[in-house]
Design a protein around this ligand. Structure first.
Ligand code: NAP
Length: 296
């Protein structure tokens, strides 16, 4: 029999993931801080919880996908948090991107109550969440990883057990260093293409299948040339991830100079009030520096 699933956090990523769990035949109980966001899931067959603790009482496995470290602490350890409803043996899977050390600390508090936890941050954007093709990087106990496999397979495609508790979050930092570096390269490349009076679509067609091809190039560069700043992943959340990356790199003594430069370019966009735009709007920071506008 399938385990009962609880799902906390129905944002851009969580709503697609919860929907795919329902499609895979799981019983799903959902909760979202802004209650209106639960309606599409309830229409699709989910049960509504009244708090994270309430969801936990009704679930064998509870998934969290909320914004930042304090938010995960709140929904798991806070006043009406999962820890107050979970039975011993419950598994909490945190798919949010948060500080690796905080993730380890939260897991420790859950373990003291006999509750298991996996850190399982995700990658693949809103498209990956909607299509069930996420990459999932999982840290924690191998037996719990095996237990969670049917859940992971309902929402993701590339599922990797990368090590002990917190290792998933560390791999996610690796992922974010790569993502923003590629987005910076795309921004510079499109700026050059614009200044060189190239046809931007033909340029993308020419290079996307070659050695420079990437998910960001295929999915976000077309948005840039159409000047569509709809977020798959907002600048504000991207900055949260880069803050986590810079802090973790500082603790390890690792220089990540390009990543810190990109953090400051995104910061300039936040100061202009653009934090709710997609992370591909990084290109606007270079447009501001150069006076060149892409796609015009
Ligand atoms: P989002 O659309 O902004 O949704 C955030 C969700 O977290 C909402 O459901 C929000 O509730 C909830 N939330 C935030 N703070 C909360 C709190 N203190 N208590 C209870 N609920 C809270 O974000 P998202 O894009 O889905 O991202 C969610 C997580 O996945 C983040 O850690 C992000 O870094 C990570 N992620 C995102 C992407 C992406 O491409 N979008 C890719 C990989 C990983 P409300 O509806 O009430 O605001």
């Amino acid at each position: 029999m399938k385990e009962k699933i609880g799902f906390i956090g129905l944002g851009i990523m969580g709503s697609g993931m919860a929907s795919n769990l329902l499609k895979a035949g799981f019983d799903v109980c959902v909760w979202n801080r802004t209650a209106a966001r639960m309606s599409p899931l309830i229409d699709a067959g989910a049960q509504a919880g009244t708090s994270p603790a309430d969801v936990a009482t009704k679930s064998d496995i509870v998934i969290t996908c909320v914004s930042d470290t304090p938010d995960v602490e709140q929904v798991i350890l806070g006043e009406h948090g999962i820890i107050h409803g979970a039975k011993p043996g419950t598994l909490v899977i945190d798919c949010s991107t948060i500080s690796p050390q905080a993730s380890i600390d939260i897991a420790q508090k859950l373990h003291e109550k006999g509750v298991f936890m996996l850190d399982a941050p995700i990658s693949g954007g809103s498209e990956g969440a909607a299509n069930g093709t996420l990459s999932i990087m999982v840290g924690g106990d191998a037996t719990q990883f095996q237990r969670a496999m049917p859940v992971f397979e309902a929402v993701g495609k590339t599922i990797t057990h990368v090590g002990e508790q917190g290792a998933g979050q560390k791999v996610k930092i690796v992922n974010q260093i790569l993502v923003v570096g590629v987005m910076q390269a795309i921004s510079e490349a499109l700026l050059f293409a614009q200044a060189g009076e190239l046809d931007l679509q033909k340029t993308l067609d020419a290079v996307s299948g070659g050695a420079a091809g990437s998910w960001m190039l295929s999915n976000r560069a077309p948005q840039v040339i159409q000047r569509d700043w709809t977020p798959g992943f907002t600048i504000d959340l991207q900055q949260k991830d880069l803050r986590i990356a810079l802090q973790a790199a500082d603790q390890l003594g690792v220089p990540i100079p390009a990543t810190s430069l990109i953090f400051n370019l995104y910061r300039s966009l936040q100061q202009q009030g653009l934090g709710a735009e997609g992370n591909h709007a990084l290109v606007k920071a270079l447009e501001n520096l150069s006076g060149i506008t892409i796609g015009k």
